[in-house]
Design a protein around this ligand. Structure first.
Ligand code: GDP
Ligand code: MG
Length: 145
């Protein structure tokens, strides 16, 4: 039987985090509402507080950066909402909804542009490539396979 590679135009998955600042400020509903309005679907979701080990694993690419310790302190500092969003070009679509990493540079109308001022507290995370999405989804939701 011929195996057809999944077409990203039809379906792709991305890992979204509403970070502890977003949960604290009560914007979980707004984030979900925006991604659903765009046409993405939530296919898994959990409220949890990350261990340092999981946080360091999730942000492994930033291990050598000067802000790494601060980043891990922040992301483990309270409950966050992890979810998997699915839809056509979901990775790029959610990054566009999130806006630039620096919330002051993020366009008004984006999640970060509307809800944040500090780079260290920028409300959401979204996977940045198919490889990151696969790795991050496996880390947060191993049962999804
Ligand atoms: P993202 O993919 O847009 O989330 O950005 P990056 O992968 O480059 O960085 C991961 C996260 O680290 C960002 O979302 C920020 O919250 C945080 N971060 C990035 N740069 C800085 C910085 O200079 N200082 C601090 N405190 N946090 C940073
Ligand atoms: Mg990133």
């Amino acid at each position: 039987m011929k195996v057809v590679k999944e077409n990203p135009l039809v379906s792709e998955r991305t890992l979204v985090l509403v970070k502890p600042d977003g949960v604290r400020r009560g914007v979980v509903g707004d984030v979900i509402s925006r991604l659903e309005r765009k046409g993405l679907a939530v296919v898994a979701m959990e409220l949890r507080t990350l261990s340092r080990e999981t946080a360091e694993d999730h942000y492994a690419e930033h291990r050598e950066r000067p802000f790494f310790g601060e980043l891990v302190d922040f992301i483990t500092g309270g409950p966050l909402v992890a979810l998997v969003a699915e839809g056509p070009r979901a990775i790029e679509a959610f990054r566009a909804l999130a806006g630039a990493t620096d919330p002051v540079k993020a366009a008004p109308g984006t999640i970060r542009g509307d809800h944040a001022l500090e780079i260290g507290e920028n409300v959401v995370h979204g996977s940045d490539s198919p490889e990151s999405a696969a790795r991050e989804i496996k880390l947060f939701f191993p049962e999804l396979g």
